[in-house]
Design a protein around this ligand. Sequence first.
Ligand SMILES: NC(=O)C1=CN([C@@H]2O[C@H](COP(=O)(O)OP(=O)(O)OC[C@H]3O[C@@H](n4cnc5c(N)ncnc54)[C@H](O)[C@@H]3O)[C@@H](O)[C@H]2O)C=CC1
Ligand SMILES: O=C(O)C(=O)Cc1ccc(O)cc1
Length: 307
Amino acid sequence: MSVIYKRVSLIGLGLIAGSMALAMRRAGLAGEITGYARSAETRDTAREIGLCDRICDSAAEAAKDADLVVLCVPVGAMEAVARDIAPVLKPGATVSDVGSVKRTVIEAVSPHIPDGVHFIPAHPLAGTEHSGPRSGFAELFDNRFCILVPQPDSDRAAVDSLAALWRGMGANVDEMDADHHDLVLAVTSHTPHLIAYTMVGVADDLRRVTDSEVIKYSAAGFRDFTRIAASDPTMWRDVFLNNKDATLEILGRFTEELFALQRAIRQGDGDHLFDYFTHTRAIRRGIIDAGQDTDAPDFGRAKAQKG
Ligand SMILES: NC(=O)C1=CN([C@@H]2O[C@H](COP(=O)(O)OP(=O)(O)OC[C@H]3O[C@@H](n4cnc5c(N)ncnc54)[C@H](O)[C@@H]3O)[C@@H](O)[C@H]2O)C=CC1
Ligand SMILES: O=C(O)C(=O)Cc1ccc(O)cc1
């Protein structure tokens, strides 16, 4: 594959930026990759493992002369970074991000983007519970979706270049409106994470079951919950604070269904339980038939542990 951007700048050097750097290198998509992270320790680690061609000591230095700047920081830090890099962005450059929430990121970042610079938000639907500069791997985006959220005035050629970059990194690209994205993600990712956090908290609270029993007898379902609940607290705090309405909407529906199942159990209503589980099994089978069960979590964990 050939170079799409001469100079790419990654701000925030964790799982996603690290995986992007490795995936871009794998396919030769960037001439030079610069990077910046807020903590000196992260920058030192990134230098030590050669994550980028150049690690800079400020976001502005990393973004200077870049053709593409990708904000790879927690959602709550996007605005501060956009403010820092705004003065050095060159005309014709593209700014993108990888945040798990889109509407508030667009509202926070857009005002800082100078005229003549393209802002094209994005979200790769791929990740693991690991974080930090050592957690990235080149295959993270393979066969995963990356959702682009072009703005009404987005330049088509700039959107096409960004889409080509994500395809070059292995992803399938779709476009979506920000509000729809946030609702879809509240259903498929954000609320499930909250449920996992809660379930692990409940198990921890249950003093009649000791820690060693929780670990020893963890069946697959609970094991997955513990994996998800080990995800980065800063990132997930920011997700819920920034996708408030959609998450609360889905949580409301979730608790209604949960109460109905609770009542069925109390009343011994086996028909309700059977019908409900039959319906949900059909949904799972639909996902498998559509070829969309690529089992990212285990794949990600295995790769990250190797590295
Ligand atoms: N972890 C996951 O599974 C996925 C995460 N995302 C999104 O990607 C973004 C990054 O997530 P990860 O790479 O997982 O996080 P991470 O925790 O691995 O890395 C974040 C990096 O940002 C740096 N950082 C934090 N605040 C900063 C600031 N103000 N200025 C400069 N650097 C700063 C941290 O030092 C760290 O290097 C988040 O917005 C997250 O919502 C998207 C898809 C999947
Ligand atoms: O590790 C998992 O199971 C994930 O769900 C990864 C993930 C986390 C956050 C995102 O915005 C997208 C993907």
